[in-house]
Design a protein around this ligand. Structure first.
Ligand code: ZN
Length: 50
């Protein structure tokens, strides 16, 4: 694997897959794993709508 100089990790909402180009993506953590979630989906996660 080639070593990339810049870490180009795009933040994507784990719920609706929106990118930070479309919405504000917040960094969150789920089960020890870092995930992104947009401000639109964050309330759903807080209220646990599944
Ligand atoms: Zn979202």
């Amino acid at each position: 694997m080639a070593e990339s100089t810049s870490k180009n990790e795009k933040k994507i909402c784990c719920v609706c897959n929106a990118t930070s180009d479309e919405k504000v993506i917040l960094q969150a953590e789920e089960k020890g794993k870092e995930v992104g979630v947009c401000v639109h989906c964050l309330p759903m996660l807080i209220h646990g709508a599944h």
